[in-house]
Design a protein around this ligand. Structure first.
Ligand SMILES: [Mn+2]
Length: 328
């Protein structure tokens, strides 16, 4: 296999891995396919090296990634402060330390390695490998495995394939260049089966999830002369449909998918009535990464998000102004 980016300097990361006693792999809150896939791909590689490795996500693993080998090993919820303390922590696909959702005690005394492809990454690690030229953090893990001299097996290839599949929106984004397709081919040769993985990730919506989709689409409004599309999910919709936050994955793509829409905005209730998670998607020229950064969040040029507190009408007014400024 050829690396995606041969110039990436993995040596500080490799030195820390080689001397580590206990390595902890973590990713961001509300983890996605790239976070989970990177975590599991690296987990199987480090186990093969004979390393002692744990995984912990504050929010666990979304159901659609539960089929991946090792997913059940990922710890969830609050960190047990009496547990053995890792001496090396590897943060994957996470742009800021606070988004990991882990307590200070978890980090104490450990070397923190920050591997990510978000341009907005705050470089919070002791070792930072940050490169927005990668389509996914999973592609960075593939390069790290090459640098470590590890041969990709199926247990590593499947989660890394899932990471790249989901972060390139099924190889549809511009980030899916020829090198990414070559990597996908290598992963398939190593044992990642495209259709079974696709079925688990994209073809396993629950009835409750589809009912939530129906309610969510009913909230669609067009603003900015049809250039922005807005959709919502509120707590009462979960109550009526039986769906949960995991069922909101991908809903925003329906809003972006409309002809003439440049920016899609998805607003959903988070924990607490006055807490809102906002997601943004851009279609062509609009830079929603800067939009989210201006609202205290972050992300990529075409996909980003932030958290805001307040009443829904306050949030809407603030975000509407920021979105309209994109078109000014
Ligand atoms: Mn990612």
């Amino acid at each position: 296999m050829k690396p995606q980016i041969a110039a990436t300097d993995w040596q500080p990361t490799i030195a820390a891995i080689r001397s580590a006693r206990l390595i902890a792999l973590i990713t961001h809150r509300n983890p996605d396919g790239d976070g989970i896939g990177s975590q599991l791909g690296l987990y199987h590689a480090l186990k093969q090296l004979g390393k002692k490795v744990i995984m912990h996500n504050r929010d666990g693993v979304p159901r659609i990634y539960g089929f991946l080998e090792g997913a059940a090993e990922i710890g969830r919820g609050n960190w047990d402060e009496t547990a053995e303390q890792p001496d090396v922590i590897i943060s994957l696909d996470c742009g800021s330390r606070s988004r990991l959702g882990m307590p200070e005690a978890f980090f104490s005394g450990a070397t923190l390695i920050n591997i990510d492809h978000h341009a907005s990454n705050s470089r919070f690690g002791d070792i930072n490998v940050i490169d927005a030229a990668y389509c996914a953090t999973g592609a960075m893990i593939s390069d790290l495995l090459i640098a470590l001299g590890i041969t990709m097996n199926a247990a590593m290839a499947r989660p890394i394939y899932a990471a790249i599949l989901t972060d390139t929106a099924s190889f549809r984004l511009n980030s899916a260049d020829a090198g990414v397709y070559r990597l996908a081919a290598d992963l398939v040769e190593a044992g990642a089966e495209p259709w079974p993985i696709c079925m688990e990730v994209y073809e396993s919506r629950s009835l409750a999830g589809l009912r939530l989709l129906s309610e969510c689409l009913a909230t669609l409004t067009l603003r900015d002369d049809g250039r922005s599309a807005w959709i919502y999910v509120t707590h009462d919709m979960y109550g009526r449909t039986g769906a949960d936050v995991e069922d909101t994955e991908g809903l925003i793509d329906y809003a972006r998918g409309m002809q003439g829409v440049e920016v899609a905005v998805f607003i959903r209730n988070d924990d607490g009535a006055d807490c809102w998670k906002l997601s943004f998607r851009g279609k062509t020229t609009a830079d929603v990464g800067s939009l989210a950064a201006g609202l205290g969040g972050g992300g990529h040029r075409h996909a980003s998000g932030c958290m805001l507190r307040g009443t829904l009408s306050e949030i809407e007014a603030r975000v509407q102004k920021a979105v309209s400024d994109l078109f000014a």
